[in-house]
Ligand binder design. Structure first.
Ligand SMILES: *Cc1c(COP(=O)(O)O)cnc(C)c1O
Ligand SMILES: [Zn+2]
Length: 419
């Protein structure tokens, strides 16, 4: 296991852990799977499904050999993350108009989003280095997840949030877990710069998505989908794109499965961005080589409200490796797809629903055929953003196609009978 710079190809030993190459490039973890026995591993992954009381009951550590083989068992922390449902819902199929969709409900994770899959590995790594102060810059699910795992391991988390456009549910969740939340004047990008510069001096371990262990952990999402489908993946994997760590991990995980012979065909990846925060989609659709940051990102999907996604080069590698595509969707398309997902009993936050909205759009434009199959990754929980729910259902403008407003009624049988 070593660190590899995706820009200049430099390599570093894992014991010289750092967050960026000296050239400034992003680092990824490079593993050597040459000596792994795929059949043995497959059996092992199956056996661990019946394990409930060891760290291997985790939907992340089940795949430890592919994620962090060198970590000693005594450093494995877990809150039974992963193990999330994969649902085949007729109503959502019909809404999109495609042969078959599975919804991978990452909102069933312990802190309510897929960030737990990666965070558990980053915090375990930090603990193995003897650190017990963890940090990130985020207004959302990354901070909730970090706060949860820090408290679980008697460590302190320090979460830096820009003092504007904070999503209240997520910040309250983070505060509740016991993080020290520092609201600062400035942007998300300035927060990251600050941490990169001073985390060493402050003794803080950075858990933003530039941390390559987060990506290793997030690979488990596609491993789990593949295992649940008996190592036969559908034609498409559809994923929302914010900071682009999820799609980067997806591509890396697919590469692992293919290299190990667990799957013999790579699915194609579709990345969905919100129209008001779609610099990656703009770059790909205009065939540009450099990402042009969106200076004023704006979307109802707070988890996608990122104008300068740090992992865009890794995400581009995923598209290249899987013949992938991108698409953008409007806020109304996101909210209406979300209402369909919620009303089918699965539920998710707005960012997650962009996948179903994007898949529908791609089917309508013919870029995805109606006789193909897809998995949409639903990244976060329905209760992560209650303000959006209040506006959609209770204020219900004409764009809220599936609003389900409160019914005001007298408690008498004649009125209730006609509901
Ligand atoms: C973080 C997050 C995203 C975006 O994922 P990236 O890895 O930043 O692209 C999407 N949805 C939810 C719910 C998230 O928490
Ligand atoms: Zn480099």
């Amino acid at each position: 296991m070593q660190l590899h710079c995706i820009d200049c190809d430099s390599r570093y030993s894992i014991s010289d852990f750092k967050y960026a190459c000296s050239c400034g490039g992003l680092l990824e973890i490079e593993q050597d799977f040459k000596f792994l026995d795929s059949e043995y591993l497959k059996r092992k992954f199956e056996q661990r499904l019946s394990d409930r009381m060891t760290p291997y009951a985790s939907g992340v550590w089940r795949y430890k050999e592919l994620i962090f083989p060198e970590l000693e068992d005594r450093f494995l922390i877990t809150k039974n993350e992963g193990n999330t449902g994969l649902y085949d819902i007729e109503r959502v199929n019909q809404y999109v108009g495609i042969k078959k969709i599975w919804l991978k409900s990452q909102s069933e994770n312990p802190s309510g989003s897929f960030k737990d899959n990666g965070m558990v590995v980053a915090v375990s790594h930090g603990k193995s280095l003897g650190l017990d102060k963890f940090t990130c810059t985020s207004t959302g699910n990354t901070s909730s997840s970090l706060a949860m795992y820090s408290s679980l391991t008697n460590s302190q988390s320090y979460v830096f949030v820009p003092d504007k456009n904070i999503s209240l549910n997520k910040v309250l969740q983070t505060i509740s877990y016991g993080a020290k939340v520092i609201a600062f004047e400035g942007t998300y990008d300035q927060g990251i710069d600050f941490l990169e510069k001073y985390s060493g001096e402050l003794g803080l371990y950075i858990c933003n998505s530039i941390n390559p262990f987060r990506i290793e952990g997030q690979k488990s999402i596609i491993y789990e989908i593949a295992q649940y489908l008996r190592w036969e993946l559908p034609d498409w994997i559809v994923v929302p794109g914010g900071a682009l760590s999820n799609v980067s991990a997806l591509g890396k995980g697919l590469g692992d499965l293919y290299e190990l012979g667990f799957i013999n065909r790579l699915p194609r990846v579709a990345v969905v961005q919100a129209e008001g925060a779609s610099p990656f989609h703009q770059m790909i659709s205009k065939n540009k080589n450099e990402l042009q940051p969106e200076l004023q990102p704006k979307t109802v999907a707070s988890a996608l409200n990122i104008g300068n996604p740090p992992s865009w080069k890794k995400a581009r590698n995923t598209l290249n490796a899987t013949n992938g595509i991108t698409v953008s969707v409007t806020d109304d398309e996101i909210l209406n797809a979300k209402a369909v997902i919620d009303q089918s009993g699965i539920g998710c936050e707005p960012a997650s629903a962009s996948t179903v909205a994007g898949l529908k759009k791609l089917c309508e434009s013919g870029q995805i055929h109606r006789d193909e199959t897809a998995v949409c990754i639903l990244t976060g929980n329905l209760l992560k953003d209650t303000e959006v729910l209040r506006q959609y259902h209770l204020e219900c403008t004409e764009n809220s196609l599936f609003a389900n407003p409160l019914i005001k009624s007298k408690l008498n049988i004649e009125s209730i009978k006609h509901l």
